[in-house]
Structures are given as structure tokens and as C-alpha cells.
Design a binder for this molecule. Structure first.
Ligand code: MG
Length: 254
């Protein structure tokens, strides 16, 4: 069942979402200004920033995941486990973060480039983020769920990249993962009707080359089969009377 949130519940989701956005913005700044930082150091920083804001990390302990932050470098798609890897010039890193505050969840992801990256990798990041916003634009009353999926897939494929099929977005609220699953591919005008008060975590995962992925031996990290690069952007959004509201918007100077 897809739950519809009241204004009061939306205010809780908004508060959780803002913490996710703030922490991701801070992590991005730290990554850009501290080459050589390890993914484990990022995880520790994320945890302290979350706790300082009175929230709890949502991923730590979720189905046994050991950390607060998913750090997915280069050919890693999602669910990378922080460790002693030192980030270096030319890497891209996906940061996926969830928090729980007052019983409600926020979930978002960004992909950050370190220093100079090739034009093609830069284009991968831009296309993935633009695809997210194109999907969000379809999240309005009267549309159907796969209008979001179709907008994402068509933008990605028009630009010569592929969308991961094995992992999808999700509803969010009192649980980190709620109904409905939100694929990043599909035909328009299909799936459930979108209604006011639905809250969705929309998260395109986009690969250079093939969409095929596999999970490595740590049982978490999802990587591209053909070893090319992958990007991931995610927002938690609410369907409102008019425009969708992005609950995890990072106030950025770009
Ligand atoms: Mg998510």
C-alpha cells in the first residue's frame, strides 16, 4: 500500500531531508578540499554530523550494513562500504545517505568528482543529475508512476548511457523503503496514479556502457560488470498540489 502523508508528517520528512542535504553538502566540500581522505573518514564525519543535528543514521545496521554512508567509487554503482581506500584525483564517488528523525526518514545521494575528470565522465554526472530532475518534474498529481521512470530512461538513453535495472527507487516515510518501487525505466502512462502526499525517493543509477551489474564478495557493493563508470543521484520528494517539493534539496553554489 502506498501511504499518503499529512502536512504534519511532511514537516517531519522535511526536517529529516534537510539534515541529509546539509550533511551531503558538507561531505562534498570536505572531499573536494581534502584529496587522500579515506571513505572511512567520510563515514565517521557523516555520523558525527548526523548525531550533532539530533538525528540517527538510517543505514547503519540496516540489514546488517556496517556504516552510515554508502561510498561508491568509480565502477561501483551503489552500496559501497566505507574503508581504507584513499580518494584520488580523477575519481568519482557516489555518496548515499539516509537519516531518521522523529520517526521519519530522509534519503538522498550525490556523485562528486575529484579534480579533473574526462569530458565523458563529466557528461555522465550531468546526464544522471539532469535525469533525476526530469523524473522529479513528472511527480505530480494525475500522472502515473512510470511517467517518472520513462522521463529518466529516455533522457539517459538519448545521451548514450544506460540505466541500471537491478536496483530501483522507493516510497519513503516511517520506513526507509516503502511502496511503491520506482524503476528508472518503463513506459509512460502506466503504474499507480500519483496522489498528493506521496513521498518518493527517486534515484537514477546510470552506467557508461552496459546496464548490467553484479554484487561483489562483500555482499553489498554493486559494481558494473564491464568495469566502466557509474553515477547515482537521489532526492526524497513529496507530491504536492502543484509542483513537487524536493525535501533533500542542497542549497548549493555551483
Ligand atoms: Mg534510496
Amino acid at each position: 500500500m502506498i501511504t499518503l502523508k499529512s502536512e504534519e508528517e511532511l514537516s517531519y520528512l522535511r526536517a529529516a531531508g534537510q539534515i541529509v542535504a546539509d550533511v551531503l553538502a558538507e561531505l562534498r566540500e570536505v572531499i573536494i578540499t581534502n584529496p587522500g581522505i579515506t571513505t572511512q573518514e567520510l563515514d565517521r564525519l557523516a555520523e558525527s554530523l548526523i548525531i550533532r543535528r539530533g538525528a540517527r543514521p538510517a543505514f547503519k545496521g540496516y540489514r546488517g550494513f556496517p556504516c552510515c554512508l554508502c561510498t561508491s567509487v568509480n565502477e561501483q554503482v551503489v552500496h559501497g562500504i566505507p574503508g581504507d581506500y584513499e580518494l584520488q584525483h580523477g575519481d568519482i564517488i557516489g555518496l548515499d545517505l539516509g537519516v531518521k528523525l522523529n520517526g521519519y526518514y530522509g534519503d538522498a545521494a550525490i556523485t562528486v568528482a575529484l579534480g579533473e575528470i574526462s569530458g565523458e565522465v563529466n557528461r555522465l554526472l550531468e546526464v544522471t543529475e539532469d535525469a533525476l530532475y526530469k523524473g522529479i518534474r513528472q511527480a505530480k498529481v494525475g500522472n502515473r508512476l512510470f511517467d517518472i521512470s520513462y522521463a529518466i530512461q529516455s533522457h539517459v538513453e538519448k545521451n548514450g548511457f544506460s540505466v541500471v535495472r537491478a536496483l530501483v527507487g522507493h516510497g519513503i516515510g516511517r520506513h526507509l523503503h516503502e511502496e511503491p518501487p520506482i524503476p528508472n525505466f518503463g513506459k509512460p502512462d502506466q503504474g499507480p496514479r500519483l496522489k498528493m502526499g506521496m513521498t518518493l525517493a527517486i534515484e537514477p543509477m546510470v552506467n557508461m556502457g552496459s546496464f548490467e551489474v553484479k554484487t561483489i564478495k562483500d555482499n553489498w557493493t554493486v559494481v558494473i560488470k564491464d568495469g566502466k563508470r557509474s553515477a547515482h543521484f537521489e532526492h526524497t520528494i513529496a507530491i504536492r498540489a502543484n509542483e513537487p517539493e524536493i525535501l533533500t534539496l542542497i542549497k548549493r553554489k555551483r
